[in-house]
Design a protein around this ligand. Structure first.
Ligand SMILES: [Zn+2]
Ligand SMILES: [Zn+2]
Length: 353
């Protein structure tokens, strides 16, 4: 695996995207077969790149924060500010298809079953792990929420579209990095409020919004922000809508909110996968995308070679890559393109035969 990753890094070194002020960022990486190495810093992009090529690790991370002393322990780093970041993951967006492709399995005996995951394997008591399958519906849902988030940032927060960089995460979602200095000094609480706002979770109850609207039913969008979104939605549909006004209001919210992982946005000391580097589990690239419409998350981030590898797979649920289904596998040796073999190998559910 390391040689497959190394091959990519030598070929794709120019795809690695470093943030500004590299010297004040904290870097980290996870080597193959090892634990996380953190609190690293480099004087230049060149120095950082040389280390990435040399290590060719399983994962590479960089902070969104800038520090006076990025190598020091967290409390002594001297925090100087951090770009606002959002994480949208298909796993967190409720879609009906998840029942069909998400499951838990036992790392020991490979028993598996439907979610929720039992704390221990129901058959042998071994460690249980969640498996999230990939399907077009879920990946499309992540795109929809990404576009909604961009809408909130541009329309409600006055962010310039050019200041929003959208990245595919390398797995099942998107990272948005906001290069707008107004947000950089914000603390955890302020970032949490922004995350709540875009999710519509800080709004009054739909019952009380409905009570306000009932006094003068809107015929079109009024006000700004969420008020404009809700009145626009209700105004357009209220004539033909069969349910209650309260139900229509909750629908206006749920169909326009952007589901983000708040814990990511509020953590101001986090390190994020560096753009242009490979995901440690999937072998896909975290990559910058210009538009979600043109981006194919099943195809475009697949950057490892197609060279066939013989894999002795102990167990692996059905999965999909480059629009081709593989598996499920159970105690069999299969020949797979490198990019399809990597997810099995990284989970330790198979080995090169
Ligand atoms: Zn078991
Ligand atoms: Zn799905």
């Amino acid at each position: 695996m390391r040689s497959a990753y190394k091959e990519y890094y030598f070929r794709g070194a120019d795809r690695i995207e470093f943030p500004d002020e590299v010297e004040s960022r904290e870097f980290g990486y996870i080597p193959f077969g090892g634990g996380m190495v953190r609190h690293l810093s480099f004087r230049s992009k060149g120095e950082a790149l040389a280390e990435i090529l040399k290590q060719s690790p399983s994962s590479v991370y960089c902070s969104n924060a800038r520090y006076e002393s990025p190598r020091s322990p967290i409390e002594e780093k001297g925090w100087l500010g951090a770009e606002l970041i959002f994480d949208i993951d298909a796993t967190d967006i409720p879609t009906a298809c998840k029942k069909g492709h998400d499951l838990w399995y036992c790392e020991k005996c490979h028993a598996s079953g439907k979610l929720p995951r039992p704390p221990k394997c129901t058959k042998c008591g071994g460690p249980s792990v969640e498996f999230h399958g990939t399907c077009e519906t879920c990946l499309d849902a992540a795109k929809v929420h990404t576009n909604r988030l961009v809408g909130f940032l541009v329309e409600d927060f006055g962010v310039d579209r050019g200041a929003i960089r959208v990245y595919f995460s390398g797995n099942r979602g998107y990272h948005l990095h906001i290069f707008d200095r107004r947000f950089d000094p914000l603390d955890q609480q302020a970032r949490g409020e922004i995350a709540e706002y875009v999710q519509g979770s800080s709004l009054p109850l739909s019952q009380s919004i409905a009570a306000t609207l009932r006094r003068r039913l809107p015929t079109g969008p009024q006000g700004a922000g969420w008020a404009r979104r809700i009145t626009g939605y209700v105004g357009e549909r209220r004539q033909s809508y069969e349910g209650t006004l309260q139900k229509l209001v909750s629908e206006a919210i749920s169909s326009q909110r952007a589901m983000v992982d708040s814990s990511v946005t509020t953590d101001i000391h986090r390190v994020f996968r560096l753009a242009g580097t490979l995901h440690g589990n999937t072998g896909m690239s975290k990559m910058r995308i210009e538009s979600t419409d043109k981006f194919d998350p099943q195809e475009d981030p697949v950057v490892l070679s197609a060279k066939p590898v013989s894999v002795k797979a102990e167990f692996y649920p059905k999965f999909r890559i480059r629009h081709i289904d593989y598996g499920p596998f159970k105690a069999e040796t299969v020949e797979l393109p490198t990019y399809a073999a990597v997810p099995i190998l990284t989970r330790g559910l198979g080995e090169v035969a």
